[in-house]
Design a protein around this ligand. Sequence first.
Ligand code: ATP
Length: 481
Amino acid sequence: MAKTTILIVEDDRELREALSTTLEIAGYNCVTADSAESAIPILEKRVVELVVSDVNMPGMNGHELLEYIHRQFPGIPAMLITAYGQISDAVSAMQSGAVDYIVKPFEPNVLIESVKRVLGAVNPSTEGQPIAEDPFSRQLFQLARKVAVSDSTVMIAGESGTGKEVLARYIHASSPRKNQPFIALNCAAIPENMLEAILFGHEKGAYTGAYNSAPGKFEQANGGTILLDEISEMELGLQAKLLRVIQEREVERVGGRKTISLDVRVLATTNRDLKEYVAEGKFREDLYYRLSVFPMQWKPLRERPLDIVPLAERLLGDHIAKMKLPPISLDQSAKLAMQQYSWPGNVRELDNAVQRALILQQGNVISASDLCLESNVGQNFGRDTVGLNPPTAMFEQAFDSVDGASNVDGASQLLEAEGASVLGEDLKQREFQIIIDMLRKENGRKKQTAEKLGISPRTLRYKMARMRECGIDLDAEMSAA
Ligand SMILES: Nc1ncnc2c1ncn2[C@@H]1O[C@H](COP(=O)(O)OP(=O)(O)OP(=O)(O)O)[C@@H](O)[C@H]1O
């Protein structure tokens, strides 16, 4: 699992090494700089959760570095090391915004305790923190921290399952609003006729079935942040209303007359090219510019390869903890297979693969075959035995090879727990197959496909996005027809 990274800035080599060793033994990841000047490029390139800096250094001193950090990286806390007897140093350290200071000489424990206090964690692991090992992701999270302190709207774009919501939550958690609500709403998952009332609230009797008044998501997010997930799926009429709410910073519930003032930061995500949507007249240009004050773009997982294994390890650790399983690790073959796979469904697909592998693994080690990536799950989809899709076939194959007692370690408990979801998985695969068949029949025309299936085009788009997350390459499926 990724560890919290601390940047140590100290010109005295021995003290620098002692600080770094002490914190590394305590479970932190340390990077060091021998001057404030050389700390700056490190801050620009890496994700750093805390800076521990000496005050007295030749050139730029600790206070000046602190000021620089406050200006350029306001989300990063800094601790200063002051000299014994220079109490004025300690006072000015606090005045210039240091979150804490320690006085030389100090015991290793004093350092560790202060660091723990500052990081607000008893445990130095970064549980719950997003994984960012690839240089691209590190820079993105660095940028997120910078934008977090402002109140500007942020539009996060990226393929489905890349981590857009994770990034949005991170922005909120790094912002001054972090102790206020974070409300996320998936615009694609809510029926069109309900979305307005859910966003803006409604008064009793506003529509059939509105037996009580209820606040909307904007009201619930007041003081905090609202995340409008898959914003491209909002219909044009509602887009106009949303624009008004954002501009006027007030909302009126459906069927209500009272205006309610809002102090809400708006974040939005999209997995479509919104500019294209604007050009096609499907998305309002004024709303697009309102929401894209600060645009951020996730790369697909395959284009940030250094994230793959650490992410898989994090997801694996989370599932193991949830299911109270003994430690289970990834072997080299699994890591290699993961790095070579293209992950069309991005991190969500990786999560699915890890969960599958947990069921199939033997001896508490996950190897490449347990991941079921060999045939690139989606690629032959629909061309196998009727009604028997590749994931199911793989499950059956793997279950056949389970030789009773030898694989009892975890697998049987898991199977029991996962039995229902395997059944659900099978139904889902059948639904996917029906959609693919109809898309082929209609030569990929989504409107006609949706009509024939008796679902709305929006529901079809939503289901197609879920299919991509499951690793189904819809373009390949269509061209193979
Ligand atoms: N950097 C990360 N660190 C830890 N977990 C991550 C990271 N990125 C993604 N995940 C995990 O991957 C899954 C998908 O992430 P998320 O929901 O943020 O993607 P998304 O791009 O918003 O997807 P969609 O477009 O479908 O809404 C989640 O379970 C999330 O916890």
